[in-house]
Design a protein around this ligand. Structure first.
Ligand SMILES: [Zn+2]
Length: 86
């Protein structure tokens, strides 16, 4: 199940926008879903993920944003409680 809200937490507050993109990192062997984001937070998340990758907090690899409307949601799992703190 996809979370029904953007995974971003900004200044301590959860973003309430509906998610528009699935954020994932593609590594050599696998693809990790990190969360979902709304259009507004897409760019800022992309910068934040670069920082997290440099700090080895998330897997290194190519960050991808996939439009949610373009994919089926059935086979996507995620942890809706895992918010991305900006
Ligand atoms: Zn958002």
């Amino acid at each position: 199940m996809l979370p029904n809200r953007c995974s971003v937490k900004e200044e301590g507050k959860d973003c309430v926008n509906p998610p528009e993109f699935i954020i994932s990192v593609g590594t050599e062997n696998d693809e990790y879903m990190l969360g979902v984001t709304c259009q507004r937070h897409k760019d800022i998340i992309s910068q934040k993920l670069n920082i997290l990758q440099n700090e080895n907090k998330i897997p290194k690899g190519k960050v991808k944003f996939t439009n949610i409307k373009a994919v089926g949601t059935e086979c996507i799992r995620s942890d809706p409680d895992k918010l991305i703190q900006l």
